[in-house]
Every structure is written in structure tokens, then in C-alpha cells.
Design a protein around this ligand. Sequence first.
Ligand SMILES: Nc1ncnc2c1ncn2[C@@H]1O[C@H](COP(=O)(O)OP(=O)(O)O)[C@@H](O)[C@H]1O
Ligand SMILES: [Mg+2]
Length: 241
Amino acid sequence: MLEVNGLCKRFGGFLAVNRVSFELRAGEILGLIGPNGSGKSTTFNLIAGTLRPSSGSIRLDGKEIAGLPAHAVCHQGVGRTFQIPRPFRKLSLLENVTLAAYYGEAGGIARSEAEHRAAEALEMVGLPSDRSASTNGLGAAALKKLELARALATRPRLLLADESLGGLDRAEMERAADLLGDIRSRVGITIIWVEHIMGVLMRVVDRVIVLDHGEKIFEGKPAEAAGDPRVAEVYLGKPKA
Ligand SMILES: Nc1ncnc2c1ncn2[C@@H]1O[C@H](COP(=O)(O)OP(=O)(O)O)[C@@H](O)[C@H]1O
Ligand SMILES: [Mg+2]
């Protein structure tokens, strides 16, 4: 479904993403992990069209999407969450997600249909979909769910989820991980899931890629990642000789 080839992103003299290549099959859930600053969000921003690659190619179902603007990538069926949720605070939950539903539809849709898609997305993540539900007082876990609902309301085939567990406690992390697994099986969506910690992500993903300093240092089964010497070095520090 997705083929990323030799992807690079330079910020001035700094290479944030360095020749990253990977493939993704439809229906798969791929974990993209790595320490803070390893280039995970930048990779997402390149795929989602928030940033233009310095070089490299990104093919979705064989079609080049690298360098397309974000709305065009969204209309090709790629939805994404942001690491830092920024909902419209003066709008209700339903209105926030309804806007996302409008954004996701290139040809325009009726308000009733946009609201229907929004309510469906809110229900899928377990947030209230009635008109009176507001964003006031939402905790970290609910804000992450709202991000997911906004992405899902665009009806993506490919979902890019950025740090859906950030700021959550252990129990919330478990529930959020199960939620992503559920969403995958319920709507048959393909997912790339970014997280800087390994933790619960490892029991949900089919495959994992590890980034370090913008480079892919590991790709394989979650169970093999922890035993890989380069991954261990990145996460646990260099072993003493
Ligand atoms: N717009 C930008 N301008 C300059 N440097 C950036 C920009 N965005 C990210 N970076 C840098 O690129 C590196 C990778 O960042 P990021 O992709 O956000 O990492 P991660 O999501 O893995 O924590 C970091 O060193 C970060 O400071
Ligand atoms: Mg990030």
C-alpha cells in the first residue's frame, strides 16, 4: 500500500530523516519507534504532506504522493493525528470532528453527512457524540482520543498515529493500545503507529521499525527488536566493554 524510498529531510545543515525506506502492506499495523528527536514525527509530516521531502519518494498504491499538500494527501486516503492535540476549544467535540469530516471529503458533503461521520468516529474512540459535549476539562487520554476521532472522520485507508500514548498512565496506555487494535480490525484500516517508548505498542503491532538520528536501524518482528544489539544500544546505552 505504501512504499517509502530513500526519504530525506534536511533542516538547514541538519538531516532529520536520512534515507529512510520501508514498505507497508494493506491491513498491517506497523510500529515506528525511536528515541526523542530520532525523526518519527518528521517522517509522518513528510508522508502526510505537512513537510516537503528534501529527496526520496513516497508511493501510495503505486502513486507518487511526495510533495503533495496536506489536504491532497488526506483526500488520497491518509489520515493523521498530531503528537500535540490542538482542538478548537470554543467548538464542541462533535463540531471539532465534523470539521475534520468536511476536510476529508474533496467534493464537499452535506452537514448531516459530516455530522454522521463525526458521530461515528467519536463513538469508535469512546467519546460522547451528543451536541452538548464540550472540549472543556478533557484530560490527556480524552484529548488523544479526540485526535484519533478527527483523523478517523476523514475516512482514511491509512492512519498515521503519532504518540497516542504520550502523557497517559499505565492503564490508559493499555486501553489506548487496545483501541488502536480494535479500530484496525473494525474498519480494516492500515496503521503506522509512532511511539518513543516500546512498551504496550509492541504487543499490538505486526512489525516494528526503529529510527535513530533519522536513520532506520532495525526492521522486524516486535519480539526480535528488544534482542537486537543496535536497538538495545539506542534504548539502554552502550554496553561496557
Ligand atoms: N521544523 C523543524 N526545523 C528544524 N529542525 C526540526 C524541525 N522539525 C524537527 N526538527 C528536528 O528534527 C529532529 C527530529 O524531530 P522529530 O521528527 O520531531 O523527532 P521525534 O518525533 O522522533 O521525536 C529533531 O532534532 C528536531 O529538533
Ligand atoms: Mg515526535
